[in-house]
Design a protein around this ligand. Structure first.
Ligand code: ADP
Length: 640
């Protein structure tokens, strides 16, 4: 039988496992038990959905069989099992998200050093971790419903074989040939009943299937009837199957009895993260709908969060029995990053997917979870601002998009969670904090859009508002302006773009002064429009410019930033944008004065100035120059 080769990335992890000098090798048992428990869940689930499969839940279990003489440890389950193909693909490649992340990190690091190895225990490295303690691993498996069984065997990185074998019952049996002890390493401990029992208690106590081991116990022999006064009790050994774990799922235990690290371990193991969650919400709800839930807010984005493959959802259980692996109905899109478990005795086990969607109970639970998650996030925002910041970095965009989604249906829920850069400080602010800083006479909440907070801060329109002592929100994420349009107001205060002509309320005198300025400069404005022709819609005296000479705005309510976004989506809309452009001029600027005087003395030169001012306005707005080479030539011509 020819040896098959592992996939490259699998080989690398395997190599790490085999040569591991890592001290927490013991986690291998947790990994194998977790796989076995998944396999049992899958079989139970199959029985719910497939009439041909019948399973007695009480029969489902995991067994551990150490044999000190043979130096083998067998982990057995009567779960779903694997076909020949599954043995090949699942054990020949790395499947788990955590392992993939792990793979990524170690391949990015050059070589392998001890710090690499130190993170092994924090990742769910899965099946391959068995090689940390074994020279050889043999997996015998029979898939549910199949009459064939197959044996997968490997002694390490040089490959594996798959051959037919005999197996009476469905499920999987993993035999580890435990490594010999060395001066430093005591591998024999993994053959000892006591160690195995401790490890199960430590890592797998909550697994909701029994983990059984045949223990060798001693007991006192019954006292013979004819025993004399000098009888000394005799002992005998006997063997008995015992269940090692308490099988109480974490979510069934009283909140105040679960340690923080138990939550964290559970989370990391189950969801393949190597960082503790940001927060855990443990719910025991009674009343309308009875349910228990463990909801985790991750501290960082899962590696596939941005990809199409990412599926939102929580695991759904009914009285400790898994009904569905990812129940999407339990989490709204804006909280799609949530992980966790919901367990409700009120759900019938025989629910099909379609019916589930309609189950009113699920909707109630989902609404409930949404509320609790929001409350927890608000708490973190107030009490642990640093943590909230990192949460925001990971999932802020989801919250923004969630605010926009469904025509703003969720904005009241989400608006308090949003953060924005602002002119107030280098930190991001909530809308509530912004409002609390507003001076008495400030009417609006101001915002300005641009490429980055640093660039926005320099916009002339911002300067005008800032001069009044008003704070400005800096928007530089793509959905930001849509967000403003969706929110419209916060706490009764209208959200207002600094580019709006009426961003600052005008007095009658100011209005009049502006009209006079326009009247005074009519000839210049006409000259500018004539020179630029169809490239702009209008030239006007600016109300927003303070120190700069020019800027661009658009007719209608569209801002330049929004327009840029539309152009990115559809480059042809650039022409439309040009038709709406308004060139705003500052009549008090030196450039304006130069233009006016050139109009009297040298018309050609004046046209050059107009051209320059227009191109500069494009540059400031972050729009592409029509012809950069020609623009450069124009500037050079002035240096003569
Ligand atoms: P993970 O469990 O994170 O997916 P592993 O490397 O531990 O990664 O296992 C790879 C795959 O092999 C599993 O996803 C599962 O499909 C299969 N597998 C492992 N152990 C068992 C088992 N005891 N019974 C059935 N399938 C298993």
């Amino acid at each position: 039988m020819a040896k098959k080769q592992f996939k490259t990335e699998s080989k690398r992890i395997l190599d790490l496992m085999i040569n591991s000098i890592y001290t927490h090798r013991e986690i291998f048992l947790r990994e194998l038990i977790s796989n076995a428990s998944d396999a049992l869940d899958k079989l139970a689930y199959r029985a719910l959905t497939d009439d041909k499969v019948s399973v007695n839940r009480a029969d489902l279990h995991i067994t551990l069989t150490p044999d000190a003489e043979a130096r083998t440890l067998i982990v057995r389950d009567n779960g779903i099992g694997m076909t020949k193909e599954e043995l090949d693909t699942h054990l020949g490649t790395i499947a788990k998200s955590g392992s993939l992340q792990f793979k990524k990190e170690i391949t990015e690091a050059q070589g392998v050093d001890e710090s690499d190895l130190d993170i092994i225990g924090q990742f769910g490295v899965g099946f391959y971790s068995s090689f940390m303690v074994s020279d050889k691993v043999v997996v015998r498996s029979r898939a549910c419903g199949s009459d064939e069984a197959w044996q997968w065997e490997s002694s390490g990185t040089d490959g594996y074989t798959i051959t037919p074998c005999e197996k009476e019952v469905f499920g999987t049996e993993i035999t580890m040939y435990i490594k010999p002890d060395t001066g430093e390493d005591d591998f024999s401990q993994y053959l000892s009943q006591e160690t195995l029992e401790d490890l199960v208690k430590k890592y797998s106590d909550y697994v909701h299937f029994p983990i059984e081991m045949e223990k060798e116990l001693t007991r006192e022999k019954p006292k013979p009837e004819d025993a004399g006064d000098d009888y000394k009790p005799e002992h005998e050994t006997y063997r008995e199957w015992v269940t090692l774990n308490s099988m109480v799922p974490l979510w069934y235990r009283p909140k105040d009895e679960v340690k923080e690290e138990e939550y964290a371990d559970f989370y990391k193991e189950k969801y393949g993260d190597f960082e503790d969650p940001l927060a855990v919400i443990h719910i025991a709800a009674e009343g309308n709908v009875e349910y228990r839930a463990l909801i985790f807010i991750p501290a960082r984005q899962p590696y596939d969060f941005q990809s199409r493959e990412f599926e939102k959802g929580l695991q759904l259980y009914s009285s400790g029995v898994m009904v569905m692996d990812r129940c999407a109905e339990l989490v709204p899109n804006h909280f799609r990053f949530l992980r966790g478990v919901v367990d409700s005795p009120d759900l019938s086990l025989n629910i099909s997917r379609e019916m589930l969607q309609q189950t009113r109970q699920l909707q109630i639970i989902s609404k409930n979870i949404e509320k609790k998650v929001k409350a927890e996030l608000v708490r973190i925002q107030k009490e642990e601002p640093e943590h909230y910041k990192s949460f925001w970095n990971a999932f802020g965009l989801s919250l923004k998009l969630g605010t926009l989604a469904d025509y703003g249906a969720h904005k009241d829920l989400l608006k308090d969670l949003l953060l924005f850069w602002s002119s107030h400080s280098d930190a991001q602010t909530t809308l509530a904090d912004y409002v609390s800083r507003m001076p008495e006479d400030q009417k609006y909440i101001y915002f300005a859009s641009g490429e980055s907070p640093a660039k926005i801060a320099k916009l002339p329109q911002v300067e005008r508002i800032a001069d009044k002592g008003y704070e400005v929100l800096y928007l530089s994420d793509e959905p930001d302006e849509f967000l403003m349009q969706t929110l419209r107001e916060y706490d009764g205060k209208t959200l207002k773009s600094v580019s709006d002509e009426d961003a600052l309320p005008e007095s009658e005198e100011e209005k009049q002064a502006a009209e006079e300025k326009t009247e005074e400069n009519k000839d210049v404005l006409a000259f500018v429009k004539e020179t630029l022709g169809d490239r702009i819609q209008e030239a006007r005296i600016s109300k927003v410019l303070k120190s700069g000479a020019v800027c661009l705005s658009l007719a209608g309510s569209l801002s330049i930033e929004m327009a840029k976004y539309f152009i990115k989506m559809n480059p042809e809309s650039a022409d439309q944008l040009r038709a709406d452009q308004i060139l705003e001029l500052n009549p008090d600027s030196e450039a304006f004065a130069a233009l006016r005087s050139a109009m009297d003395t040298d018309k050609e030169r004046a046209k050059t100035y107009v051209e320059l001012l227009y191109q500069q306005a494009l540059l400031i707005a972050g729009l592409p120059l029509e012809d950069p080479v020609a623009y450069a030539a124009l500037v050079c011509s002035l240096m003569k």
